[in-house]
Write a protein that binds this ligand. Structure first.
Ligand SMILES: Nc1ncnc2c1ncn2[C@@H]1O[C@H](COP(=O)(O)OP(=O)(O)OP(=O)(O)O)[C@@H](O)[C@H]1O
Ligand SMILES: [Mg+2]
Length: 439
């Protein structure tokens, strides 16, 4: 008689997938080589967003030394509860992801990838530290090899309270292990934040070498992450997503909100009169938001009607209200960069496509004392690690073609800025590295 194998169906946790190199490349859109830049960008995006949300002109300090990368800000401080959620790899945590608005963050898992990166780099364990709201959170990620699950050790110790948040990602020997051009790229991206954010004060300390860029206008106004979003920026799918998110969150928290509460959060719809106007003809006036769900199925038709009514009763946002970086700011930055100011050009184009406002700003200048071309490209006040405008939509042209037509080839000593502001940016990847520009 031959022996038979009784196979057992094995269940393993999928949360470990998150902590693999392949997954992090997919999530961030960047190879491992570029992860220090991803860490920089995600931490600085978060830091500036948090300061703006609190109404403070951002003062950011980036330090790179042999232990790793740290970014500190003068914002309200990352709350302990949010840190807990960030360390739960089974859920996505974001205060922005479901809203359509011109913010730097839009993906809703950046900090999770930042937590996983030093672990994947080391293979055994990765460490990060977060100081905020009077506590130092020491976080160490390792793996239970038997259960195939990430293990997070999280210890919070009280420290003297100080303003803001400091996130430190342990990344041994970063300044030493990298070639000179890696350092250049890191410093470039860090300082490009100051090109795209007139209110920003940023200091970068690369292994003892300091670079500081001061703000040109600490009172600079732009659309804030805390400003109500406009119904005109949403498609049916976006609204469905937000409503579903609210309903499930409320259910978890044992709360309920009405359709009216929901409507009142949108731009131009906060008054009782407006809410009545939006909901008047519908049966939703006093209904809970969960009325928009039949069993487990979203009532798509009711949501689509609601969106149409919200759009009819609120004015669209004009493009300049999103926030213009502005000619004066660029003039100052180009002057400081040694630009031949006769060659300086600035152009702003604004428009509205499918109800969604946008602004494109470009600036150009000769910098004869510089070795070559510098491209500053960004979307919603955040610079791209790689040029995010690789495809210029139906023009069928890449930015590089446009540049060579302008005789701004790589070797030419010029600085060229291309920036787009838009509440509904379509990225082609989850790491927000490439945008689709429709024309
Ligand atoms: N420096 C900070 N100060 C205060 N709150 C912060 C800070 N950094 C992050 N947060 C909070 O933590 C949340 C999660 O941050 P995370 O970067 O993971 O996602 P996100 O910024 O919402 O979206 P994205 O994935 O596009 O960056 C943020 O939504 C924000 O509420
Ligand atoms: Mg973020």
């Amino acid at each position: 008689m031959t022996a038979t194998l009784q196979r057992t169906t094995l269940r393993t946790s999928r949360t470990l997938d998150f902590a693999s190199e392949k997954e992090l490349i997919a999530q961030t859109g960047h190879q491992r080589d570029a992860w220090p830049l991803v860490i920089l960008k995600e931490l600085v995006d978060n830091a500036i967003d948090a300061c703006e949300e609190a109404g403070t002109a951002p003062v950011i300090e980036v330090i790179v030394d042999n232990s790793g990368i740290s970014v500190s800000d003068n914002g309200p401080g990352l709350p302990a509860d949010t840190i807990k959620d960030i360390l739960d790899f089974t859920v996505r945590v974001s205060s922005r992801e479901a809203y359509v608005s011109p913010t730097r963050g839009a993906q809703g898992n950046a900090l999770k990838t930042v937590v996983a990166m030093p672990f994947v780099l080391d293979g055994e364990r990765g460490r990060i530290e977060i100081e905020a709201q009077g506590a130092r959170h020491c976080i160490e990620m390792s793996v239970d090899r038997i259960r195939q699950e990430p293990v997070i050790a999280h210890e919070a110790k009280p420290i003297k309270a100080r303003k803001g948040t400091k996130v430190r990602v342990f990344w041994p020997n970063l300044p030493r292990s990298n070639e000179a051009d890696k350092k250049e790229r890191f410093l470039q991206i860090a300082t490009q934040y100051a090109w795209l954010n007139p209110h920003l004060h940023i200091t970068v300390d690369w292994d003892g070498e300091h670079t500081t860029v001061k703000p040109t206008d600490t009172a600079w106004k732009k659309w804030l992450p805390s400003d109500p979003t406009s119904a005109h920026w949403y498609t049916d799918q976006h609204l469905e997503r937000l409503i579903a998110g609210y309903i499930s969150n409320d259910a978890d928290a044992g709360r309920e909100r009405t359709v009216r509460d929901f409507v009142s959060e949108f731009r131009g719809l906060s008054s009782t009169a407006k809410q009545k106007a939006v909901l008047g003809a519908t049966e939703l006036a006093r209904a809970p938001l969960s009325k928009l769900v039949n069993g487990n199925v979203l009532d798509r038709a009711a949501m689509a009607n609601l969106l149409v009514s919200m759009q009819e009763h609120s004015k669209p946002v004009k493009p300049p209200m999103l926030g213009v970086i502005g000619k004066e700011h660029f003039k100052q930055r180009f002057t400081d960069a040694g630009c031949e100011m006769d060659s300086f050009q600035y152009k702003k184009v604004t428009g509205t496509t499918d109800g969604v406002p946008w602004i494109v700003e470009t600036a150009f200048g000769w910098t004869p004392d510089r070795p070559g071309r510098v491209l500053v490209t960004g979307v919603n006040w955040s610079p791209g690690i790689i040029n995010p405008f690789r495809e210029l939509g139906s023009f069928g042209e890449s930015l590089d073609t446009v540049l060579s037509e302008q005789r701004a080839n790589r070797g030419e000593p010029v600085i060229l800025v291309l920036h787009m502001t838009c509440p509904r940016v379509e990225y082609t990847d989850r790491g927000k590295s490439a945008v689709v520009v429709k024309s």
